[in-house]
Design a protein around this ligand. Sequence first.
Ligand code: PEP
Ligand code: MG
Length: 588
Amino acid sequence: MNQQPGESELKGLSVSKGIAHAEAFVLLHKEVETPVYEIRDDEKPRELEKFQSALIKTRSDIQRLKDELSQSVGESEASIFDAHMLVLEDVAVIQETQTMFERGNYNIEYCYAKVIDRFIEAFERIDDPFIRERISDLKDVSRRVMANMMGIESLKMGGLVDPIILVSTDFTPADFSMIDKAKLLAIVTERGSQTSHTAILARSLGIPCIVGISDILDKIPSGEPVLVDGYKGNVFVNPTDRTIAYYTEVATVQKSIAQVYATSLNLPPQTPDGVKFNIDINISAPVDITEEAMKYCDGVGLFRTENFFINYGSFPDEQTQFKTYKAAAEAAGGKPVVIRTLDLGGDKNMNLLKLVNEEENPFMGYRAIRFCLDHEDVFMLQLRAILRASAFGKVKILLPMISSIREVERARALIDRAKEQLVAEGADYDKNIEIGVMVEVPSAAMTVDVLAQACDFFSIGTNDLIQYTLAVDRVNDLVANLYEPTHPAVIRTIDMVVKAAQRAGKPVGVCGELAADPSFVPLLLGMGVTEFSMSYTAVSEVKFLLCKTTLEEARKLRDEVMEMTRSRHIISKLRSFHYEKMQPYLPS
Ligand code: PEP
Ligand code: MG
């Protein structure tokens, strides 16, 4: 469509489909320096008013976060925000700030920052874990108050009134946890990629997400109307009426396509030649296990527990974790729930949990099982909580980022220890709980036969498997063009893993984003995959496609693709297969 006067069109990479139209909300990441300037006496009442309003707004922000957490996790867990409320309303801090302000002639932000620094310094001299917690509360709360005084949108976004399109250089899973999802219509960022966790979360919400727009903060001012085309990766700043009208039509057509896909939901999950398949959902929290999802799907194929930790803001204790996993087991109503143990690291912000300093190369570093085996105390709490929850449904344990059998054996030894403890305590758990291994590192892919000796099932994490096979950081936009799921090395690796797992007699599914990619799904079927796990928003389209593709056609596709040596040829082969399959059913 032609660009029109008054609007500007930016081109990025779409990582989540959809159309959205709203005002831009620019999110700044960097810590903003406290402003220091002199204030005249006649300006003082206004400054004080600014302070009071910031305290009131912060109060309502914290209350909203508390309400959200108590809905998603539980009331007692949300009580961490009570501590924040106490810190916010601390009379000593408020009075000292006002006194310093009234006696001097500096702006209120400066006085508040000075008082907070003094409190923090005093607390830091006391060696007590309880006080350390209070320091972190104080820092968190004071950041919110400062942001509200300065009128900037802090990372902790409370009280959004209107729907927004979020614009930022980067938007991480930790940021995601803080935003009011009901108001979030789209995400547009400078950094990011197809399989960054933010893209995955955007897809699970069913909202468009565009990444790769350079100098984004210069191009999209806060408050400006923006229209996002998540099909082509276009962003229109200040769209004209013609653009809006055009995209209103596009949205209508997309809606009717979605209705066609939805017709598959009630069909039996089998190919036209009678091969049964499973479609599971990927979740971040028990609330994602909706009644509708459980009506149409076979269970939860991947519960990314780290997202729950990130949302929680610190390490949840065993009881909190138990309640969460139990809620998931119960919500699935007896269908399997695969709970993946903590996969912190990579782009899942570890600093939030203040565990290690930033790493040079986090995806190759202290991540997932490596971190857990090194922090037995953290790992044991999670294992005990999962085991206890297994008494309330069909729970399975999945170990992420395994690169050798030694790691599986060590994890199993800890699982056994946790089981022994529970027996001694008289606590119940599923004695037949299955333990699975994620295949997402080439060394695991090469040794599936070996790993099979120590696990009950495999789940292929294609997001990581691609990045580690190709040595391409999955969130680095500079190399995004090299992140090629259709690279023959990737195709051969997945095929090899599926065959090796089948030879070893162990079930194997795919829970990475390729399982939700309609161009890829027939190929996976042809390789022998019959378990697909994805966010619920992708289910109807994938199921529709599987219900229309025979195993014979899929095998033929697989055989042809395995002979191909160029990524681009493979892409066009997969796309044309997909197009030919779907085209007869879709509105023109
Ligand atoms: C994967 O790597 O494919 C996967 C499912 O795990 P995550 O995206 O959480 O790293
Ligand atoms: Mg992974």
